[in-house]
Design a protein around this ligand. Structure first.
Ligand SMILES: [Fe+2]
Ligand SMILES: [Fe+2]
Length: 236
């Protein structure tokens, strides 16, 4: 199956598509077979920092940290979007296009928030320990730096900011899919369904994490598509 980027307003509001168990296995294999993007120096520095602080291998606690900062670029872009909207408010067709992009950034923030809530729930159920310094303070500091970096990059050269996010999302997609492949026991662990009404119910925790991995792929594709018209006022 093929996956297309979300660029329409209605599709953006609905978020990435929810896949069946068979589709989730297929997209996982596609990710595992696909090469990673060629990450920028900045992206590699970010991943290295996370590896040093939280270990090279994926864990639920490390994914929580990843999701904590994943929302940040979308918040930064939303802020820039409102500046663009104010500037172009007298040109209704243009303002409408800019607002479409703002809606997309908000939908992606919400999607990342569900990921964070789902993972926090899994960590709680497993009794995984999270310390204040390593799992609250440090992610907050990294998120602060990442937010300002995304915002500044977007003002200077929006395509760089979008590309940094595409790298981040590609990395997340591969990390989730690899984690599931390396933990076959997840296939027989039931999805607790704590956020079933909002995020869907899956056959197993393996499928739940594959769905999150696929969402990351959609986020990546959105950023890559938006790189063709990086500035809000050139939004398609
Ligand atoms: Fe995410
Ligand atoms: Fe994402």
């Amino acid at each position: 199956m093929t996956t297309t980027a979300l660029i329409g307003r209605r599709e953006a509001l609905e978020g990435p598509p929810k896949l069946t168990s068979a589709q989730l296995r297929e997209v996982q294999q596609q990710t595992l077979d696909a090469p990673r993007l060629r990450y920028s120096l900045l992206a590699r520095a970010l991943f290295k920092t996370m590896d040093l602080g939280y270990g090279r291998n994926g864990t639920i606690v490390k994914f929580i940290m990843l999701e904590y900062i994943a929302r940040v670029p979308y918040q930064a872009w939303e802020r820039v979007g409102y500046l663009a909207l104010a500037k172009h408010r007298r040109r209704s067709a243009l303002a409408k296009r800019v607002f479409g992009r703002i809606v997309q950034t908000r939908a992606e923030q919400d999607n990342e928030q569900w990921h964070l809530l789902v993972l926090q729930d899994l960590a709680q159920r497993r009794g995984l320990k999270q310390s204040f310094v390593k799992h609250r303070l440090a992610p907050w500091l990294i998120a602060c730096v990442y937010y300002h970096l995304s915002w500044l990059l977007f003002l200077v050269a929006p395509e760089w900011s979008l590309r940094l996010n595409a790298d981040f999302e590609d990395h997340a997609e591969h990390e989730y899919m690899r984690y599931v492949a390396e933990h076959p026991e997840l296939e027989t662990q039931a999805d607790p369904g704590s956020y079933a009404a909002e995020y869907g119910r899956y056959d197993s925790i393996a499928d739940l994490l594959r769905q999150i991995g696929h969402d990351e792929r959609i986020h990546k594709l959105d950023s890559l598509v938006n790189m063709r018209h990086p500035r809000f006022h050139s939004a398609g």
